[in-house]
Ligand binder design. Structure first.
Ligand code: 13P
Ligand code: SF4
Length: 358
């Protein structure tokens, strides 16, 4: 079979779809290319366009949506995603979708979170190897041991963890709401997992004593304060904005610290003359696709896990409805509780009561 010829089945009917760059495909994807023309060279578009057209058609056939994290490449983020954002936005919007199939263009823990919130839907992760160094840094046994070492101290886990770890926690948080979640518990002390640097950042913003774990993001830990100081010296009027997974001395150099969505919002609203986004490479591309009056200075680090997701494997996932995310029901019920507590518009009192009864 021609490797660029695929077959999809719908209502018992076989539909052959060619993945060639034909004049029809060029026309169908014209508006998509207009969205990314600032960041995707014209010479590359014929490689992406057939997949963009095929994915957008398959989504309708399958009643599917694609949720894409801010670190996905522009042709995914701007051309096939229905919902985009940081981990918090993806979790929130995953609850709202009426689609029967969710394709998570992001990493495995994000797909697990979507599945926890949509147990009856098909949730697909286009490459099951899309992991995360933070999620790998801690196990459910580690959390149980921590609880024994600090009896009665509530456990907040960053969503960048497995469902098994979430099941052992009291509540989840993301980089966008970590301080708020920690303070909502009304506790003097909180165990905060697994990112040591995010824990240090939260500890700076609150009176609550933070007991950290020693996990790191392999992407953000590579930035150094020295390299950022050098960029400041080399470029006038440079705004440096950083993700809180960076080491503390890097955050000290930054003008603004926030989640990927908060960093994006900063660029949209502040319109700095020049910006350096201290985070994964695709973030600058995705914002630069829309914001043309800001100069992006781009030392960036690639997340190898995020980059496992491609148009080709999103297309394959929609065709085959595999690989699916499945979670052991006994784990899922407890992990879901931790995620739902984070998302609940619940009052501070609800979380305080929960912390006391944990
Ligand atoms: P956000 O929640 O800020 O999108 O971060 C997720 C992540 O994995 C950052 O490395
Ligand atoms: Fe995990 Fe870091 Fe990749 Fe985010 S950037 S998914 S924290 S390894």
């Amino acid at each position: 079979m021609n490797s660029r010829l695929v077959t999809t089945r719908s209502s018992g009917r076989s539909v052959a779809a060619s993945l060639e760059y034909t004049p029809e495909v060029a026309q169908l994807t014209e508006a998509s290319y207009a969205r990314v023309r600032n960041v995707v060279p014209a010479i590359e578009w014929p490689l992406h366009a057939p997949y963009v057209a095929a994915i957008n058609s398959l989504k309708k056939e399958r009643n599917a949506v694609v949720l894409a994290h801010n670190y996905q490449t522009p042709e995914i983020f701007h051309c096939v995603a229905d919902i985009t954002g940081d981990s918090l936005a993806l979790a929130r919007r995953a609850v709202e979708t009426a689609a029967e199939v969710i394709v998570l263009a992001g990493v495995h823990f994000m797909a697990e979170t979507a599945k926890l919130l949509n147990p009856d839907k098909i949730v697909l992760i286009p490459d099951e190897r899309a992991g995360c160094s933070l999620a790998e840094s801690i196990t459910a046994d580690d959390v149980r041991e921590l609880r024994q070492s600090y009896p009665g101290v509530p456990v907040v886990t960053y969503v960048n963890t497995s469902a098994a770890v979430k099941a052992e926690a009291d509540i989840c948080c993301t980089s966008g709401n970590a301080v708020e979640i920690v303070e909502s518990l009304g506790a003097e002390k909180v165990i905060f997992l697994p990112d040591e640097y995010l824990a240090a950042y939260v500890a700076q913003q609150t009176e609550v004593e933070i007991i950290p774990w020693h996990g790191h993001c392999e992407v953000h830990e590579r930035f150094t304060a020295e390299e950022l100081e050098q960029y400041r010296a080399d470029f006038d009027q440079l705004s440096i904005i950083a993700h809180p997974e960076c080491p503390p001395d890097v955050l000290d150099v930054a003008d603004f610290v926030g989640s990927t969505a908060q960093m994006t919002e900063y660029v949209y609203s502040e319109r700095p003359a020049r910006v350096l986004m201290v985070t994964e490479c695709s973030m600058s591309d995705n914002v630069a696709a829309d914001v043309t009056d800001v100069e992006f200075i781009r030392p960036c680090n690639l997340c190898p896990h995020m980059k496992r997701i491609t148009l080709a494997n999103i297309h394959r996932a929609l065709e085959t409805l595999e690989p699916r995310v499945e979670i052991d029901p006994s784990v899922a019920v407890r992990a879901r509780r931790s995620v739902e507590r984070m998302l609940a518009p619940g009052t501070r009192k609800d979380n305080q009561r929960m912390a006391l009864t944990a």
